[in-house]
Design a protein around this ligand. Structure first.
Ligand code: ATP
Ligand code: MG
Length: 159
């Protein structure tokens, strides 16, 4: 099934100059970027995006992190894109993320260590966790006219 999913290069990824590196990993896998923009998230929007986490103990640090600088938001399309993108991203905690994933290649902080410093674990990237979350997040971040339909030149070979 062709799906769209939301990816954010979080403020740490932007400030570390990893936007291009991160985008290229999705492009090389043959996934299609159908929407892209740079956004400064404010606390109200953070609460909408992370509505599932607002009541959790780590939310305060998470909001501080996600509002600490601009993010690059992308809608990414492909076959079972939600699952494929999550695999490219790696697990939440950089310390545990497999080498070869974005979080496993560019960070190593543990959730415990970040917690002890009063910080959110800076894990470079957000990706929608499941199909329902993806549909809701793509429509939260992108209007219909910001999403584009086109054919990749190599679509006949990788899709
Ligand atoms: P994301 O939603 O950002 O892609 P995720 O789906 O892997 O990450 P979630 O469980 O949705 O993880 O948590 C959202 C974010 O909150 C994580 O990316 C991380 O920055 C932070 N976070 C999650 N769990 C913890 C925790 N136990 N302690 C501190 N921060 C956490
Ligand atoms: Mg999540």
């Amino acid at each position: 099934m062709i799906q769209q999913t939301l990816v954010l290069v979080k403020p740490d990824g932007v400030k570390r100059g990893l936007i291009g590196e991160i985008i290229s990993r999705f492009e090389k896998r043959g996934l299609k970027i159908v929407g892209i923009k740079m956004v400064q998230v404010d606390p109200d929007f953070s609460k909408k995006h992370y509505s599932a986490h607002v009541a959790k103990s780590f939310y305060k640090n998470l909001e501080k992190f996600i509002t600490s600088g601009p993010v690059v938001a992308m809608a990414i399309e492909g076959i079972d894109a939600v699952e494929v993108v999550r695999k490219i991203v790696g697990s939440t905690e950089p310390k545990s993320a497999p080498v070869g994933t974005i979080r496993g290649d560019f960070a190593h902080v543990s959730l415990n260590y970040a917690d002890s410093k009063g910080k959110s674990a800076e894990n470079l990237i957000h990706a929608s966790g499941n199909k329902e979350e993806a549909e809701q997040e793509v429509s939260l971040w992108f209007s219909i006219d910001e999403l584009h339909s086109y054919k990749l030149s190599y679509e006949d070979h990788v899709m």
